[in-house]
Write a protein that binds this ligand. Structure first.
Ligand code: FMN
Length: 301
């Protein structure tokens, strides 16, 4: 077996490295070879186009990034007619489509449309968005809603069904268990952590929306703890992300139980980060005569 092979539910992948939704597009392949990634995860798409939030919507803090992009995307119809054909033409690796809805019915509608399309290996459900059927509270914070969403979607597809969890919850284990019980094939975590930045001289928020999503190096310990907790709670595999930059960071997440890892904010800092991580991890595993399976979930606590 190739040292770098991994499995994420139904997917058998040549690399355990991927990229986090919204942080990497096809142009990034000018900087890295496709085969260092096990899969490509696209920016979240929604039923209707979204122009996103007004600026300023990005702020670089001491130890990461605060963003409030607001799921800017062309919407499902344009995704299917224009972007998906480009992805199909360009990608030599499996495509995972990230999607989000404002109701369970909308998630169902998007997935049913995508099921008619070829060239998709899996779906990543972004549940950090407001649910109009639940007073606008995010889907991902309620085990019952997560269970209902996964139960509604899992019978609709034979493709990999990944649910991407929010870190902004009190008990990640109960949410992870609800996703597993509802039929999710794997979990992805974490999405961004609530974050804010204020100009100390004027008192003005540096993000127009006030609160944004914090990502990058500063959230790594949070992501690692939540990955560990989720992996302890469920049997389905976990795709981990949050502050991962280097192959050493990646190894920490594999020890904690992740079967695959993604780079997000790191892609903005160094567009070759994924390649460096892949090469470093490969060398380390070979030098120590290790398979990933020797490491995954074997951390000593
Ligand atoms: C600019 C930006 C845009 C993002 N857009 C999305 C998105 O569309 N869908 C999604 O599920 N997550 C999105 N994320 C969250 C990332 O996919 C990832 O979960 C998070 O940034 C944590 O990983 P990191 O610390 O490696 O960046 C975005 C993050 C950033 C920084």
């Amino acid at each position: 077996m190739n040292t770098m092979q991994t499995a994420l539910g139904k997917l058998h992948l040549a690399s355990p490295v991927t990229v986090a939704s919204g942080t990497f597009d096809l142009e990034n392949f000018n900087f890295i070879a496709q085969d260092c990634l096990g899969a490509f995860v696209c920016k979240t798409i929604t039923r209707h186009p979204k122009v996103g939030n007004p600026p300023p919507r990005l702020f670089e803090s001491e130890a990461g990034l605060i963003n409030s992009i607001g799921l800017q995307n062309p919407g499902l119809d344009k995704f299917v007619s224009e972007y998906l054909p480009r992805l199909r033409d360009t990608l030599k690796i499996p495509l995972i489509v990230s999607l989000s809805g404002t109701s369970i019915a909308e998630f169902v509608e998007i997935m049913q449309t995508l099921e008619t399309q070829e060239g998709i290996s899996g779906y990543e459900l972004n549940v950090s968005c407001p649910n109009v059927e639940n007073e606008g509270i995010a889907f991902g914070v309620h085990p019952d809603i997560v269970y209902k969403l996964c139960s509604a979607l899992s019978p609709l597809t034979r493709r990999e069904l990944i649910i991407k969890l929010s870190p902004n919850v009190t008990d990640i284990a109960s949410i992870a268990k609800a996703a597993e019980a509802g039929g999710a094939d794997s979990l992805a975590l974490i999405n961004t952590v609530y974050g804010m930045a204020i100009d100390y001289k004027t008192g003005k928020s540096l993000i127009k929306q006030g609160i944004g999503g914090y990502s990058g190096i500063g959230i790594k310990p949070i992501a690692l703890a939540l990955t560990y907790k989720a992996c302890q709670a469920v049997k389905i595999p976990v795709l981990a992300m949050g502050g991962i930059y280097t192959w050493q960071d990646a190894l920490e997440f594999f020890w904690a139980g992740a079967s695959m890892i993604a780079l997000g904010t790191a892609n903005f800092i160094d567009p070759t980060a994924a390649q460096k991580l892949y090469d470093g991890l490969n060398t380390h595993l070979q030098e120590h005569n290790l398979q990933l399976t020797d490491i995954i979930g074997k951390c000593v606590v």
